[in-house]
Design a protein around this ligand. Structure first.
Ligand code: AMP
Ligand code: ZN
Length: 473
């Protein structure tokens, strides 16, 4: 059996370098992507992360790899508990509502489903077992209140992902909350002993009555489904510390093996130039945008079209431009669908080779999407020129159409091209124009053509009769 050999290079946060990528099992990539914390509707920053991961997965598949993706659902942590208690409903009822919403949103954005979506609350035994191993190996200890902490001083490589300096480590000091700053690197909670504030939310386990810390959840679930060492682990940059740093410490201390080969982190999404925050009035969930009638395809395109390691600034103008870009691709595909010109010799083959090369090279280079898209739009322009000159035969057009479909499998923004219906009014005008032309009334025919143009329809008189298309955006 032959396996894809790729020229893919990925930026590894561990080494801060682009590295040639080859998976542990030839031909198959095993990846873990930190999923949503289901305490609220996911915001567009979250979806930047999920869309980057979707693009990565689609590109790996495009290059011939099988991809096995695990995305967890964090349904127990400080935030979900707080939310459920505020609403005075059981945790499960609270989180299931947002989990369901997340799946609907991901579908609206055409994100390919992961292979497994493990929920943290369904993996408590795996977490307990991992914590027991850490205690047995001397990496974890019980504090006075019964909570169990990870002793960062016992793991000499602690800090290797986020490049912490040893003097920044406050070993022995303890942090119980799930989220804290790099400056507060200290022993963190693996298991949180029950306190009255936890109310009904606890598990009776050999570790005592309590609940897991957030970080142990991802170590336990990733290794359960992907093995002790796997290829790629992704998340937003905010997850690098403490979450991913702690995942490495937990997993590698327990197994004595490298946890993950390539760590990939997307940069933040900002809105209108600043950090997204409710108090700035620039905080949007996907649902907020859909309620404003924003097109999910345009949102997808916009969030994908900036390189994942660059900060990205979301604006509504950007969304309009994204819509225009998708229309250009869609219109080209419609034109290709109808094309039946005279052919152009080697020209189109050269264009195809060029775009395949440029798009592929750019994407292989750590998903350089902006360069890839630029080459695609240059190709679209050149093909439109050939179509304008009626220089694309049916067979050639079919070839280009198939190629565009291939690109769209990666981008996921065009989808099925629906046969476009001509509005009644426009159809009537075309008919009138035909009558005028028959009567050699060129003036009226031209006026009608102009009128159709203002309605957004371009009319072409071809040997096969009148053709119409929507004007290119
Ligand atoms: P959460 O639901 O908070 O656990 O986050 C889900 C994913 O979204 C994680 O990979 C986060 O790192 C990522 N994320 C959160 N906020 C942003 C943001 N503003 N921009 C980009 N990614 C983000
Ligand atoms: Zn995680």
């Amino acid at each position: 059996m032959t396996h894809p050999t790729s020229n893919i290079r990925l930026f590894n946060t561990l080494t801060r370098q682009k590295e040639s990528f080859s998976p542990i099992n030839p031909g198959e990539v095993r990846m873990y992507t930190c999923g949503p914390t289901v305490y609220d509707y996911a915001h567009i920053g979250n979806f930047r992360a999920f869309l980057f991961e979707d693009l990565l997965k689609r590109w790996l598949k495009h290059r011939g790899f099988k991809v096995f993706q695990v995305m967890n659902v964090t349904d127990i942590d400080d935030k979900t508990i707080k939310g459920a208690q505020k609403q005075q409903i059981p945790l499960k009822q609270y989180t299931e509502h947002y989990a369901k919403a997340f799946f609907e949103d991901a579908k609206a954005l055409n994100i390919e489903p992961a292979d497994v979506y493990p929920r943290a609350t369904e993996h408590i035994p795996e977490m307990v077992s991992l914590i027991k191993t850490l205690i047995a190996k001397g990496f974890a200890y019980k504090s006075e209140d019964g909570s169990i902490y990870y002793a960062i001083s016992k793991f000499p490589e602690y800090g290797k992902l986020s490049h912490l300096k040893t003097q920044e480590l406050k070993a022995g000091a303890r942090v119980k909350v799930d989220e804290y700053a790099k400056e507060e690197a200290q022993d963190f909670a693996l298991w949180k002993a029950w306190t009255p504030e936890d109310g009904e939310i606890f598990w009776e386990t050999p570790l005592g009555k309590g609940r897991p810390g957030w970080h142990i959840e991802c170590s336990a679930m990733s290794m359960k489904y992907l093995g002790e060492t796997f290829d790629i682990h992704c998340g937003g940059i905010d997850n690098m510390f403490p979450h991913h740093e702690n995942e490495i410490a937990q997993s590698e201390a327990a197994t004595g093996k490298p946890f993950v080969h390539v760590w990939m982190h997307n940069e933040h999404l900002m809105v209108e130039g600043r950090k997204m925050a409710k108090r700035f009035g620039n905080f949007y969930t996907l649902r907020d945008l859909l309620a404003k009638n924003c097109d999910p395809k345009a949102i997808r395109y916009l969030l994908l079209s900036t390189h994942y390691r660059q900060q990205f600034n979301f604006t509504f103008e950007g969304l309009e431009a994204a819509k225009g870009a998708i229309e250009r691709l869609t219109n080209l595909m419609r034109r290709l669908h109808d094309a039946d010109g005279k052919g152009n010799g080697a020209k189109i083959s050269q264009l195809i080779v060029k775009v395949q090369g440029c798009f592929g090279e750019a994407m292989d280079d750590d998903l350089n999407i902006s360069v890839a898209l630029a080459s695609l739009f240059e190709f679209a322009r050149d093909v439109n020129n050939l179509l304008d000159a009626d220089e694309l035969s049916k067979a050639e057009a079919e070839k280009v159409y198939a190629l565009m479909e291939d690109f769209d499998k990666v981008l996921g923004v065009v989808g099925k091209i629906e046969e476009e219906k001509l509005p009644k009014e426009a159809a009537l005008l075309i008919q009138k124009r035909e009558e005028a032309r028959k009567a050699k009334d060129w003036k009226t025919a031209d006026e009608i053509r102009q009128q159709l143009k203002t309605m957004g329809f371009v009319i072409e008189d071809t040997a096969q009769g009148v053709r119409w298309r929507k004007e290119k955006a």
